[in-house]
Design a protein around this ligand. Structure first.
Ligand code: 3PG
Length: 208
C-alpha cells in the first residue's frame, strides 16, 4: 500500500505517544476495534520502538506507522521495527530522498506553501499539514486548494472531535491525525472501552 491507500483506510489516524509497553497492545486493539486501523506511534518516548514492535507482532489488523521521524537513521530504525509507513513533522531534502530510496510510504510534514512545493517537486502528493490548528487550519487548506491543486493533506495538531468534521469536508483533505482518540487519562487507567468509543465516533466521521 502506498501512503494514499493507507490514508484512505480511515478518516482519522490516531497519533500515539506511548508511555508504557504494557498499554501498547490493548490501546492498539481498542482503536482497531473502534474502526481506526491506521496508527501512528511517535518516537517521543523510550518505549516507542518496543511498543511499535509489539503492536506489529500482536495486532495484525493494525497498519502501524512511526511518527516524529526526523532523520534517515530513525527511518531505518522504524523500518527494521516493522513500521508500514513513516510520518515526519517537517521535512529535509535528505529525509525525503531516503524515504524515496527505501520506498517506505512517507507522510512528510509541511507548514508553508513553499515547503509543499518543494515536496511536490520530489513526487510527494500527500502531505501532513502540521501544526494544523495554529498554522491556519481549515482556512489555510481552503486557500491553498486552488494554487496547490495536485496536493492533498493530512492536517494534524490541535484537532479534536469537534473540529475534525470541518477538515474532513475539504476536498484536499485525505484524513486527519490526532491524539484525542487516546486521552492520557484513559490510557493510564486502562479504560479501553472509552478509547474504543472515541475511536468509533472518529471512524464514523465523514469525509467528502
Ligand atoms: C503530532 O505529533 O502529530 C501531534 O502532536 C498530534 O497533535 P495533537 O496532540 O494536537 O492531536
Amino acid at each position: 500500500m502506498d501512503i494514499a491507500a493507507i490514508a484512505a483506510l480511515a478518516p482519522v489516524i490516531p497519533v500515539l505517544t506511548i508511555e508504557s509497553r504494557e498499554s501498547a497492545v490493548p490501546l492498539a486493539r481498542a482503536l482497531v476495534k473502534g474502526g481506526l486501523p491506521v496508527l501512528e506511534i511517535t518516537l517521543r518516548t523510550g518505549v516507542a520502538l518496543e511498543a511499535l514492535r509489539a503492536i506489529v507482532a500482536e495486532v495484525p489488523e493494525a497498519v502501524v506507522g512511526a511518527g516524529t521521524v526526523l532523520n534517515s537513521a530513525q527511518l531505518a530504525e522504524v523500518q527494521r521495527a516493522g513500521a508500514r509507513f513513516v510520518v515526519s513533522p517537517g521535512c529535509t531534502s535528505t529525509l525525503a530522498a531516503e524515504a524515496r530510496r527505501t520506498g517506505m510510504p512517507f507522510l512528510p510534514g509541511v507548514q508553508t506553501v513553499s515547503e509543499a512545493m518543494a515536496l511536490a517537486e520530489q513526487g510527494f502528493q500527500l502531505l501532513k499539514f502540521f501544526p494544523a490548528d495554529i498554522a491556519g487550519g481549515v482556512g489555510w487548506l481552503k486557500a491553498v486548494s486552488a494554487p496547490l491543486a495536485g496536493l492533498r493533506f493530512c492536517p494534524t495538531g490541535g484537532i479534536g472531535a469537534d473540529t475534525a468534521p470541518a477538515y474532513l469536508a475539504l476536498a484536499n483533505v485525505a484524513c486527519v491525525g490526532g491524539s484525542w482518540v487516546a486521552p492520557k487519562a484513559a490510557v493510564a487507567s486502562g479504560d479501553w472501552a472509552a478509547v474504543e468509543r472515541l475511536a468509533a465516533a472518529a471512524a464514523s466521521l465523514k469525509g467528502r
